[in-house]
Structure formats: structure tokens, C-alpha cells
Design a protein around this ligand. Structure first.
Ligand code: BGC
Length: 508
């Protein structure tokens, strides 16, 4: 080999060594980045963990806070609001009733025909998205939109014209915290779920609606103002008299239940004909140090419209779950290149909705095609390898499992407060119930897209309720799915309240 040949050979060897060194360096760096991802995921999973021991602490905290909220005004983050509903529909209601449901991204109008004997003879529903702009407009614009939509719905009805609905009773489901002053009046305490019509706060919502109806020439009478959880309880009770509590897990979350009137200590002199009263817990605002909070929850709360409020809701409900997942992938993208170059769409709040998150979670195709498609179309993240798509599914699973299990703990908290969990309530740790033959069949009505349309969520929730209660007590507790329950329930409450001439709930 001549000098030239030797030179070339040495040069080539040096070049290959350099390339090899670069490649090894890259591999080491990429492995390091991968380990960073694995570590971040493990940390997230650990912080969001909900072993049954922790869930039991949440159960106890919920029951204790319920007591505190009933004992005094402002005694707890749980508002435990009096609804003035003491008699739930019993199936004997008759006639045609209308209902409006305002509360999430969609607004619903319903007409139902009740036939007595627990029968619903007819049921029409129309859903309309609420224009984003109206959610932050003025109360007049907002209620004009609602009144106009109701008028159009009535006019479209086959047999009923405007004149024929004159004086008809209307149930109004308004799914925000309201301080009720009677079964058909109440003032808005605060907005949640992204609504912010400032001039509405502390106004009587029924008066606003009633005025808008008159402006549109609709002579209808709001006979019941109800929270969506109360509507769900009403329809649950109409269908099954053992229904004593209801939970909503949709855009927001909440629960209500039937309480003994004498347990509402903050309302001294509360008299009801039945001896019971429905309490709207507003559990979205529940808080306890036992909740498994992660750094992502802290950031989400800090950047929200209502920091330090609705803490439970922000870990559970449809408005937020997709955004928690987005925050986790955003952080992983900052720490590694597993999602390719950083996508600007990832840094925008609410860019990943909960329904899309659920679709990724439930993708059962072998190559996770749906996950790839959603990442591409929604977040502008392309060509993600299968192992990274699997990571996506894992993140969705952690977020959803935690949410569902926390709802389960909340439900068992209500059962504990009302002595239906087999432990004898919060003042005693002794297990009685089944052993002393005292367990009663208990039905909890559940409404909201996360429960009705997201199968994995529903399965996690049902499983966790059984796990917390244990196999002896669990068979006595039945979770019943209600679709459109809150609206139908409001119409039923309008029916049962219009039949009465006097208020059955009085605060002396
Ligand atoms: C509201 C509740 C409502 C729940 C479910 C929460 O944000 O505060 O009043 O029941 O969402 O719609």
C-alpha cells in the first residue's frame, strides 16, 4: 500500500470512529432522554395513585366535610345547599311538562308527557350548543337566547301552538351553585365551568328567565328551579323509590342526596312535610389533603378562571381531564423528543378535549391508529412510533382511573354520612349493617357523559365502589345510569310542585 493508500485508510478509520462516536453519543443521549420520560411518567403515576387506603381517607374526609357544611354557613368548602325539594316524584305525575337545562357546553329543551303509574308516554329533546360568546356576555343576552330557543321549540311542536302553552309549568335545570330561596327561586352564587356572565352573580335566575320569556311573548311559569344533580335524583326516584342520591359527572361534577331535615343544623326551624330534604352538595368544590394532587393539577388550577375553587371538579370532570393529559405530554415534549419537535398546539390550554382523550384511551386497534390520528389532527404531532402511542394510552389511563376512583370515594362518603355504607356512620368505626340486619338497598343515580359514554371510566368507578365497600356491603349499593335524567327530572319536579298550592318546606 502506498503512502496515499495508507493515508486514505487512516482517514477512513478516523471518520468511521468519529461517526461511531457521534452515533453512540446520540444513542446515549436518546437513552437518557427516554429514561427521563420513564421517570417523569413514574413520578406522575405515583403522585396520582389511588390505593384503596387513600380512597378510604377521602371517604372519611367527604363525610366529615358534609357534617361541617350542614352545621354552619361557610363551615366547609362543601356548600351543602338547601334545595327546598322534600318530596321526590313518586310516579303518579300526569300531563305535559317542559324543561330547560342550562349547564354545560350544550343547552337542552325538553317536553315530556307523564302518564301516572311511573310511565313516561312521550319525550322530545332538542340540544343546542351555547355560543362561546354568550358564556361571557350579559344576563339579558344569555336569557334572550334561551327564551328564543324555547319559543322556536314550542312552535315546532306538532300539536301545541304558543297559545296552548299559556300558563304551562316549566322545570328549569340550572347547573351552577345557587342559593335557593324557595323551590322556584334562587340567586346565583358563582359561575363554574368557564361561564362568566358577571352581572348575573347574586341575581335571581328564575326572575331573569321569567323576564326573558315575557319579552318573547311566552306565558309559561317556572314551577321548579333545580340543580342537574337534583333533576337526576328526581328521575331516579321516579323510576326506583330506593334512589337516595345522585351524581353528575359531565363537563362539571356534583352530587345531591336526601337528608333528614333535622340534620341541617344551619337551618334552625326547617320544617318539611316528609321530614327529609334534598341537599345539593356542590361537591365540585370539595377539598382534602388526602386527594392525590400532582404538579399538573396545581398548574391547571393556577391558570384557571377560578383558582383555589372547584378543586375536586378539576381532578374529575370532563372540562379538565383532557387538559391534564395535554399538560403531561407537554412536559414530556419539553424534556425529550419522543413527540418530535415541540408542537405549539401543545402549549395551548384545552387543546385536547376529554372526548378525544377518551377516544385515544379506548383505541383497541393493534397499532393504535386512533391515537396517531388524534395526535396528528388535534395537536399537530406526527409520525409517533407505537411505543410512544402506548405511552399516550398509559397517561390517559392514569388520569381517568384517578378521576373515576375519586368519584367512587365521594359516593361512598355520602353513603357513610347517611349510614348506608355498613359502618354505622362517621361517629362509629364499628361494622354493623349486614351483621345486624340493617343494610337497605340503596340506589345512586348517575348522569353525565363520563359515566354514560366512557366505558372504561364507568368500569373503574363501579369497580372502586365495590372495592371500598367490600364484598359484603357492595351488593346492596346499585349505581344506575340516567341519560338526560336532569332535564326530565326538572320537568317531573315542575309537575309535582305545580300540583301543590302551598310550600311544603319552610324555614321558620
Ligand atoms: C356546578 C354544579 C353542577 C355541576 C355538574 C358544577 O360546576 O357547580 O352546580 O351540578 O357542575 O353540572
Amino acid at each position: 500500500m502506498g503512502r496515499l493508500g495508507l493515508g486514505i485508510a487512516v482517514g477512513c478509520a478516523a471518520a468511521s470512529c468519529a461517526i461511531a462516536a457521534v452515533m453512540v453519543g446520540r444513542r446515549v443521549r436518546s437513552r437518557k432522554r427516554w429514561w427521563r420520560v420513564v421517570r417523569a411518567l413514574d413520578e406522575f403515576e405515583e403522585a396520582a395513585a389511588t390505593p384503596v387506603g387513600r380512597l378510604r381517607q377521602v371517604v372519611d374526609a367527604m363525610a366529615v366535610e358534609m357534617h361541617a357544611g350542614l352545621a354552619s354557613e361557610g363551615g366547609s368548602k362543601l356548600k351543602m345547599l338547601l334545595t327546598f325539594v322534600d318530596n321526590l316524584p313518586d310516579g303518579s305525575e300526569n300531563g305535559i311538562y317542559y324543561a330547560l337545562h342550562v349547564g354545560g357546553t350544550n343547552f337542552r329543551i325538553l317536553r315530556i308527557q307523564l302518564g301516572g303509574q311511573r310511565s313516561i308516554l312521550g319525550h322530545d329533546v332538542e340540544r343546542k350548543p351555547i355560543p362561546q360568546l354568550l358564556m361571557t356576555s350579559t344576563s339579558e343576552e344569555f336569557f334572550d337566547f334561551i327564551a328564543l330557543s324555547l319559543k322556536e321549540f314550542v312552535e315546532k311542536g306538532n300539536d301545541l301552538q304558543l297559545a296552548q302553552v299559556r300558563g304551562k309549568d316549566l322545570g328549569f335545570t340550572f347547573s351552577f351553585p345557587v342559593k335557593q330561596t324557595s323551590v322556584s327561586s334562587g340567586t346565583l352564587i358563582k359561575w363554574t365551568k368557564g361561564f362568566a356572565i358577571e352581572d348575573m352573580v347574586e341575581k335571581d335566575v328564575v326572575q331573569c328567565l321569567q323576564e326573558a320569556l315575557s319579552r318573547r311573548g311566552l306565558d309559561m311559569n317556572v314551577a321548579a328551579l333545580v340543580n342537574d344533580s337534583v333533576g337526576t335524583l328526581a328521575v331516579g326516584h321516579f323510576l326506583d323509590k330506593d334512589t337516595v342520591a345522585a351524581v353528575v359527572i359531565g363537563t362539571g361534577t356534583n352530587a345531591c342526596y336526601l337528608e333528614r331535615a333535622d340534620a341541617v343544623i344551619k337551618c334552625q326551624g326547617l320544617l318539611t312535610t316528609s321530614g327529609g330534604v334534598v341537599i345539593n352538595m356542590e361537591w365540585g368544590n370539595f377539598w382534602s389533603s388526602h386527594l392525590p394532587r400532582t404538579s399538573y393539577d396545581i398548574d391547571l388550577d393556577a391558570e384557571s378562571q377560578n383558582p383555589n375553587e372547584q378543586g375536586f371538579e378539576k381532578m374529575i370532570s370532563g372540562m379538565y381531564l383532557g387538559d391534564i393529559v395535554r399538560r403531561v405530554i407537554f412536559r414530556l415534549s419539553l424534556e425529550s423528543d419522543i413527540f418530535g419537535a415541540l408542537s405549539s398546539k401543545l402549549s395551548t390550554r384545552f387543546n385536547l378535549s376529554t372526548p378525544l382523550m377518551a377516544a385515544m384511551h379506548e383505541d383497541d386497534s393493534p397499532d393504535l391508529k386512533e391515537v396517531a390520528k388524534i395526535l396528528e389532527e388535534t395537536l399537530d404531532i406526527h409520525d409517533v412510533p407505537l411505543k410512544v402511542r402506548k405511552i399516550m394510552v398509559r397517561i390517559c389511563d392514569v388520569v381517568t382511573r384517578r378521576a373515576a376512583r375519586l368519584v367512587a370515594a365521594g359516593i361512598v362518603g355520602i353513603l357513610k354520612k347517611t349510614g348506608r355504607d355498613g359502618t354505622g356512620g362517621i361517629t362509629s368505626g364499628r361494622v354493623k349493617g349486614v351483621k345486624s340486619g340493617k343494610m337497605r338497598r340503596t340506589v345512586v343515580a348517575v348522569e353525565g357523559g363520563l359515566y354514560t359514554s366512557y366505558t372504561i371510566f364507568r368500569e373503574y368507578l363501579n369497580e372502586a365502589v365495590a372495592e371500598i365497600l367490600g364484598e359484603e356491603i357492595a351488593p346492596y349499593v346499585i349505581l344506575k345510569m340516567m341519560e338526560d335524567g336532569s332535564g326530565i327530572g326538572a320537568a317531573m319536579l315542575a309537575a309535582s310542585n305545580s300540583a301543590r298550592s302551598v310550600d311544603t318546606v319552610q324555614v321558620l
